[in-house]
Ligand binder design. Structure first.
Ligand code: PMP
Length: 309
């Protein structure tokens, strides 16, 4: 395995990597009935600091709602578990993956009396789309797959099943020599990336699709909006963006916990702007990394300092 994990928290207990197992008749394995989060913990002068942990937990519990899933552990317990995982494994920075899913009782589509299982794992994870991507941007293609509509599945819930769509779009892009995909919604407007939200810069203003465009309400998206507004930018956060507007944008960038702030330098082989990271993207990227690596005191309320809890 290419993941360095010793200990996993599972259903209230810390277990060794090799003991964190589920049965093949697990409901979530057959029907994608899981909800999850992706969170980053950054290495700062005050030690490891988890970014916007409470918001991620809120989204986890919100994601469980449409699926009637009861997570048997509250915020406090999940927080303690995560802090302990980071401490025990001596992690300075890491990615945190909480997951709740229907376990085994029966295999009807109705989860019936299936128990909800919950796990958390943490591991070191660098730049999602590569270090080079952060500076030079990524080449992307508009996927031939459409994002499922919010009338078909709650797109604001971060559930496991819907990631089949993300996988198809991402693999199609990589199979065609691109780094990542942009996925249009059912109406044909720009929705998001397979695991990222998308922003467009035109004439000094910033645009990003709103929740009604079938996107996930990304926490990095919200962060980027706040950082941009604080720097005086006009941000249109309920924009409808057509495919053609991608090609004529001055700048495009992705946001996401994994992707952080990643410039997009081309779409379908069309250079965006001058084909490299644009000035607004660079400014927001710098603001983002200064924030999460705590080179500023701004928004201290967004950080959970592992060694100070
Ligand atoms: N959209 C999708 C489909 C995602 O999977 C993610 C990653 N969670 C995002 C957007 C970005 O969300 P966040 O900034 O909260 O990681």
């Amino acid at each position: 395995a290419d993941m360095d994990v010793d200990t996993i928290w599972m259903d209230g207990e810390f277990v060794d990597w090799e003991d964190a197992q589920v049965h093949v008749l697990t409901h979530g394995l057959h029907y994608g009935t899981g909800v999850f989060e992706g969170v980053r913990c950054y290495d700062t002068e005050r030690g490891p600091a988890i970014f916007r942990w409470e918001e991620h937990l809120d989204r986890l519990f919100d994601s469980a709602k449409p699926y009637d899933m009861e997570i048997d552990h509250d915020h406090e317990e999940l927080t303690e578990a995560t802090l302990e995982l980071i401490r025990r494994q001596d992690l300075e920075s890491c990615y945190i993956r909480p997951l709740a899913f229907y376990g085994y009782n029966s295999l009807g589509v109705s989860p019936g009396d299936c128990p909800t299982r919950t796990m958390i794992a943490c591991w070191p994870w660098g730049a999602y789309l590569g270090e080079d991507a952060i500076e030079n941007g990524v080449d992307v293609m508009v996927s031939s797959w459409r994002k499922h509509a919010s009338s078909q599945i709650p797109t604001n819930a971060k559930a496991t099943g819907p990631y089949l769509n993300s996988m198809l779009a991402g693999e199609e892009a990589r199979g065609n020599g691109y780094v990542e995909a942009i996925v249009l919604n059912k109406e044909g407007n720009v929705a998001e990336g397979p695991g990222e939200n998308i922003f467009l810069v035109k004439d000094g203003e910033i645009y990003t699709p709103g929740l009604a465009e079938s996107i996930l309400d990304g926490i990095t998206r919200k962060t980027a909006i706040t950082l941009a507004e604080e720097r005086g930018y006009e941000v249109h956060d309920e924009a409808t963006i057509s495919r053609g507007e991608l090609y004529t944008a001055d700048e495009l960038f992705f946001t996401g916990t994994a992707a952080e702030v990643t410039p997009i330098r081309s779409v379908d082989d069309n250079e965006i702007g001058n084909g490299s990271r644009g000035p607004v993207t660079e400014e927001l990227q710098k603001a983002f990394f200064d924030l999460v690596e705590r080179r500023t005191d701004d928004h201290d309320e967004w950080f959970t300092y592992v060694n100070e809890q």
